[in-house]
Each structure stands twice: as C-alpha cells, then as structure tokens.
Design a protein around this ligand. Structure first.
Ligand SMILES: [Cu+2]
Length: 298
C-alpha cells in the first residue's frame, strides 16, 4: 500500500514538473474588470481590450486579422548585443483592422506586448497592452485607428526594450520608422566593439599608475583561502596553554580528592572569567570615552 502511494505521489510530482514547463494559456482564465481591463490570478493581464467599438473615422471594420507573436531571449540571439526580442520586429495593417494578438512569452520571466499612441478616448492612456509571466500565452483584441501612423510596440519591463524587445506596427503607410528596432532601424546608441581586451587592460593599468594611492585604498583586501585543517589554531593554542599549566596544576592538585580537584578547577575558572570581564569592561569604557571626545558638541 505504501509502495503504491509513493508511486502515485512521484507520478503526480513528475507530471506537475512537465506541465510547469509547458506554455499555459491565460486567456480563458481572465476576469473582466471593465473598460477593457482583464486580469487573472496568475499574473496575466490585458488592457485596452476592444472587440466592438469602432474608432472615430472608421465606418466599418476593414479586415479581421490574427497574429501570434513570440517573445523571448532566444529571438535576440541573431541581434548582437541584444538580450530579449519579439520574433517579429515589424507589422503592417490596413486602417480600421480588428486585430487579435496571441502573445506567447517563452521566457521564465515577465514580458509585455505594449502598444502606444492609440486614441485616448477609446484606449486608457492610449495603450493596448498584453502582459504575462512566462512561459505562458495571452490573447487580446483591439481595433486599429484610421490614418497612416507608426505605433511603438515594446516590453516595458525595466531595460527589456533597451535590450531589444521593441517593434513597430504600421497602420496604413505608417508615418516613418522608429529608431533602434532590432534588424530594422539603426540603434540610437550603437554598441562599440572596437576596443580589444589588451587595449582596455592597458588603459586600466595606465589609470592605475596615474593614481596609485586612490587605487590602493579602493582595492579589496584579498586574503588567501585557508584550508580547515584537523588541528586548528585554537586547538594548538589550547594544547600549549594546557602544557604550560600542567606542572602548576599537578602541584596544586597533589593529595586532593576528585571533588576537591573539581571545586578547585571551577574556582580557577571563576577567577579567570572575572578578570576577563573586568578587562573587557575596562576596554569598553576606554573606547566609549574616546568616542565621546571626538563627537562634536558632547
Ligand atoms: Cu520583457
């Protein structure tokens, strides 16, 4: 019976582990909080959901489109110096398209698909926003405004856009390109790979020679790692003290009964501890009187 139970427990544990590695769809778990804001208890979120209200200037929905966007570290591998990316950096749709975005976050962290610059009368803060801690999937729908405009899409988690999770979505012909879109437009601050390790190290050592005192003060004290040997310093000290005290104690204990010996040892310990306490309190007094002298206004 116990065997069966343990097998069952192990099976459940393993299947949980396998499920944990799969992509979980949060879209069906969402609760509608009104005004296009949906959330679930597991960190999934949709903001600016709009499945039916036409933006001003749209007479009807021109097209219904669905896209699947993957987000993750692996999509940044083809962009030198970048850390995160979407699998697509550029999107293009007709004005007044009803667009459903299936956002699949493949990393074990939080990512967003955040679109900016939408009309604020229809989208809170002008945003349409999908967000989930991965690996997970979340879907949302919006209706794109009319006109030619380029919208920024990014992940707003600190530094994720700077590290590459940035794209542009053109409605109609768009109105130009955004900077620093990986693989699409030039970086505002390009990475500099000109310096080799030798030249960088030469610069560092030159700076060290120029300011030796400052560096000496800043340099961390590196102590050699001591092996914990069987005979430690404390053991050696104890043995030395024991050897020194042995003749004295032998003389003192001569002719005593065991109980007398024990009593004498305790007495010696008491005297020893008392003198140590006295020494320490004296030191503490000295230190504090010293501090008081330094303190201003005391
Ligand atoms: Cu992110």
């Amino acid at each position: 019976m116990v065997k069966f139970l343990s097998v069952a427990v192990l099976a459940v544990l393993f299947s949980t582990l396998i499920v944990a590695g799969e992509i979980e769809d949060h879209t069906k778990m969402l609760m509608d909080h009104g005004a296009g804001h949906l959330m679930d208890m597991a960190g999934g979120m949709v903001m600016g959901q709009n499945t039916g209200t036409l933006p001003g200037g749209c007479n009807s929905i021109s097209e219904t489109k669905e896209i699947t966007v993957h987000a993750g570290h692996k999509y940044a591998e083809k962009f030198p110096g970048r850390m995160y990316a979407f699998d697509t950096q550029e999107f293009s749709f007709k004005p007044c398209t009803k667009l459903t975005v299936h956002f699949i976050n493949e990393d074990n962290i939080r990512h967003q698909w955040m679109m900016h610059g939408l009309p604020k009368y229809l989208y809170p803060k002008g945003m349409f926003h999908l967000e989930v801690s991965g690996p997970a999937k979340i879907s949302g729908t919006l209706i794109l405004p009319p006109g030619d405009k380029t919208y920024l899409v990014h992940c707003d988690i600190a530094q994720h856009m700077e590290k590459g999770m940035k794209a542009q979505l053109k409605v109609g012909k768009g109105d130009g390109d955004l900077p620093s879109i990986p693989g699409v437009t030039a970086y505002v601050i390009p990475d500099d790979y000109k310096g080799s390790l030798q030249t960088v190290m030469a610069e560092v050592s030159a700076a060290t020679e120029a300011a030796p005192i400052e560096v000496a003060n800043k340099a961390p004290v590196i102590q050699p790692v001591k092996e914990d040997s069987f005979i430690s310093g404390v053991t050696v000290t104890g043995l030395a003290i024991g050897l020194l005290l042995a003749p004295f104690l032998a003389k003192k204990f001569k002719g005593m009964s065991i109980s007398e010996v024990v009593a004498t040892i305790f007495d010696l310990l008491r005297v020893g501890i008392k003198s140590v306490v006295k020494l320490l309190s004296g030191l503490v007094k000295r230190i504090f009187s010293g501090i008081n002298k330094i303190l201003p206004g005391s």
